[in-house]
Design a protein around this ligand. Structure first.
Ligand SMILES: CC(C)(COP(=O)([O-])OP(=O)([O-])OC[C@H]1O[C@@H](n2cnc3c(N)ncnc32)[C@H](O)[C@@H]1OP(=O)([O-])[O-])[C@@H](O)C(=O)NCCC(=O)NCCSC(=O)C[C@@](C)(O)CC(=O)[O-]
Length: 391
């Protein structure tokens, strides 16, 4: 199927969601370099970092250094014409810090479920909504755009399945609070296309405008690409993803990374859907960050394209299939019925089998010879025994 005029917007969350769950401290310079490289691919929305409690997410404790870096400052200053560089904040403290650093867009986040809400932001769902609404109100008043996340849209790692009504309530609350878009987070990555279809239809039928929704699918059960495609066919046009499939939340144990940006771009481009992203450049970034972090590249398309690219550029790659070399064999010895050949460092033994009636005679001869070997063997043992008795 080809949809020539369609396009999607990709929200790259690699520098934030992608890095937040990595134990070894990633240097600030690597984070900034990741942002620079991602921007070079044509990505127009990149979530830079989060301003959260450093005790909750130690990996992103250097968020101020990232936001104050000259390169990031330049990006923030040129955040016009559809370029967006949001920063995740949980409370007013986070908003203040982000605004002081020149951030023009923030993302607030709540959970549709109690267990994850308590674990992630240390409050109930309703308190989370109230807190996010306060932050969104202050931000919009200050001219800062606000995006929203609803986590655990299908299940909560502690509470189990999520009722669709809970997702509706949270989504509506965030839109009412002033979020221009709400990203639906399958935090545990448990959902599959039928769940995606059902939830989107439910939200739309309850008055949520489809153009205000985005999809944020983790790939724990290998369903993320399929989920994105299902959401796309339902009419969704904005998707969060992470280069190299990095990502995960320390408060959602066992959850895997986000859907890989390379996989999304590959899938959409194959369907004739415009993303504005240079896929070969994106593949290079995925390869680079995976090597830099010593992590397996979780993007299937990224890995496949990297291997293909490396083969094409390798000087040792033969242009044509290797020529079949016919080996020269020399006969070394010909014991009865066998031939021992040498070809270079290889040895081979072939049976020198007689044909037709000669075969029966040969078999009888081999049987006789076998018996002879036994006799010779037993006489050798006997000779040894005699010798040892003599000594
Ligand atoms: C919400 C809190 C702060 C409540 O944490 P708390 O302990 O209830 O609140 P607190 O106000 O008592 O603060 C605790 C400490 O954090 C500091 N603090 C407080 N706020 C900030 C801030 N903004 N920036 C920097 N520091 C901050 C504060 O100053 C204090 O420091 P202390 O005085 O003890 O030294 C905490 O639980 C927290 O930061 N949680 C965030 C956890 C997080 O970032 N999770 C990952 C992101 S969500 C996610 O990945 C899901 C998503 C969005 O991707 C979508 C999906 O997949 O579903």
């Amino acid at each position: 199927m080809t949809i020539q005029t369609a396009h999607v917007r990709i929200v790259e969350v690699g520098p934030r969601d992608g890095l937040q769950n990595i134990c070894d401290q990633v240097p600030t310079s690597t984070k900034v370099e990741l942002i620079r490289r991602l921007r070079e691919t044509g990505l127009r929305t990149i979530e830079l970092t989060s301003v959260v409690s450093p005790r909750a997410i130690p990996q992103l404790a250097d968020c101020r250094e990232v936001m104050d870096h000259a390169l990031v400052k330049t990006l923030l200053q040129n955040e016009t014409g559809g370029l967006r560089f949001p920063v995740l904040v949980p409370n007013v403290k986070g908003l203040d810090i982000a605004m002081k650093c020149g951030v023009k867009e923030i993302a607030v986040f709540i959970s549709a479920t109690e267990g994850f809400s308590k674990a992630n932001i240390n409050c109930s769902v309703e308190d989370g909504i109230a807190r996010a609404s306060d932050v969104a109100g202050l931000a919009t008043k200050a001219g800062v755009a606000v995006r929203g996340y609803v986590s655990c849209i299908f299940a909560d790692p502690y509470d189990g399945p999520t009722p669709e009504g809970a997702v509706l309530h949270c989504t509506r609350s965030l839109l009412d609070a002033g979020c221009y878009e709400v990203s639906l987070g399958d935090t545990t990555g448990i959902g599959s296309p039928s769940n995606v279809h059902s939830l989107i239809k439910y939200l739309i039928s309850n008055g949520i405008p489809l153009e205000k929704l985005a999809g944020h699918f983790h790939d724990t059960y290998g369903q993320a690409v399929a989920n994105v495609w299902e959401a796309y066919t339902c009419g969704m046009r904005v998707f969060d993803s992470s280069v190299g499939g990095l990502g995960g939340c320390p408060f959602a144990p066992g959850a895997k990374g986000n859907v890989a940006s390379e996989d999304l771009v590959y899938m959409f481009h194959n369907a004739g859907i415009h993303t504005g992203v240079d896929l070969p450049k994106l593949v290079e970034v995925g390869d680079w960050i995976s090597r830099t972090l010593s992590m397996t590249n979780s993007s299937r398309a990224g890995t496949a394209l990297s291997v293909k690219d490396n083969l094409a550029n390798s000087p040792s790659t033969p242009a044509k299939p290797p020529r079949q070399v016919s080996r020269q064999w020399t006969v070394l010895a010909q014991p009865q019925g066998l031939q021992l050949h040498r070809g270079g460092t290889n040895l081979k033994i072939t049976r020198n089998r007689p044909k037709g009636d000669d075969r029966r005679a040969e078999r009888a001869r081999v049987r006789r010879r076998g018996a002879g070997v036994c006799v010779r063997y037993s006489s050798l043992r006997a000779r040894r025994r005699v010798r040892s008795e003599r000594d």
